[in-house]
Design a protein around this ligand. Sequence first.
Ligand code: ZN
Length: 458
Amino acid sequence: MEEYFRLRNDLIRSDSTSLGLSQPSELEALASSKLNLLREEFSSRFSIDDMLDFWGIKDRVISTRLFQTLKKMPKGAVLHLHYGGTLPATEVLPLLKHDPQIYIKIEGGQITTYGSYQENATQLSEFLSNPDNEQLFVTAIEMNREKSFGLPSQRWTHFEGIFTATLLYTYTEKRIYEKYLEIFFTKFYEENIQRIEYRHMPFAMKDLGRTIFIDEEMDFIKGLCDKFSSAHPDFSSGTILSTHKAFSKERIISEGEEIYRLHLKYPRFVLGFDILGEEETYKEDEEIYAAIHVIRQKAKESGNDFPMYIHAGEVVSKPAPIIYDAFALETKRLAHGISLIKHPHLMEIAKEKKITIEACPISNMLLGYVRDPRIHPALAYLFQGLPVTISSDDPGLFGYCGVTHDWVWIYVLWGIDLMHLKKLVEYSIDGCTEPEEVRRAWEPKWQEFIQYLANLEI
Ligand SMILES: [Zn+2]
């Protein structure tokens, strides 16, 4: 009997040390127990089934003490966000409502939007002056329960449509980009985020209908980001310039070359390169990734780096070779990486080379890749010591702001404790491109948060 319990306890001890969690301080242990109580309170109100029905409870959870507390938690860096997908319709509408330059078209029940006048188009401000149309517009630019149904590829059809419509007005005009970015950063800053590295699709910006040159576009965006950091010295940002799988091979390659040039010009702002787009139905053209490899080789020969932050492994229903391309291109981080769980050798590489996995649990749930976050592979990665972080991908298109929903969902559904949350935050700091600076900003805030939690009267 004694022998059995000794063996069993050894297993428990070795299992938990492999996680690499730091020993909680006395204050952290107290704070952790308080957070557990808030989780119990939350779970007495919302069942697991409620949490799997995100649309049914997303707005109601905001008033819970658990949500409000995790909103305060300093979260380090958010590494996976797409410009244009971060703000819900409630934030976007006021930006567009009174702008006389925004026009929309309604085609087959779908709204498409434009930054400047198009033939047969309707002025958005005029369209929205009829209050009945407001809901129609909201439905056109957000996912909902009806659209989040079926296989990932079916859901993606709606998602891509919404994303394209949203991008058309958020990207096409400088003045909209400026206002959008300010609100986007403010919303995340209010959730105690120290850094954002967001994906931006370049070459599309206009100024009152005039297409602007890419260097002007970059100067403009960098200026906006710098301005926000000057006003908030404990916050910084950078961008990963992204092209799209749907573009022609020639276009992807020429954009890759331009993005490399821009990385050299703004090394601390243009962080690197990515290729976006749906993976489930994508017919892969390895030559595209091979051509990007050539650009990287040239960079290496001249003593430079061209960092990769590749979307790969956002797929569940078939073997997805892009994950091999991502590793062959020595990706610094893996965007999504759901299917990495099927590749033990790649998992070893990720662990050894500290390739950070950008997990987006709510996005993956709503797009049908991992319908139940309790079995999200990111939990397995965390328990196996792989660097994994929590992001919200396109929260606005899913009808929420920021990233706190994602933290609430994993904290409740994964049954983890405060030290696991701390580890996930630390991985985000280690995995960003300015780890020292972010850690300096984050550490005092963490101490403050722990003290706040420990003092909570529950
Ligand atoms: Zn993404």
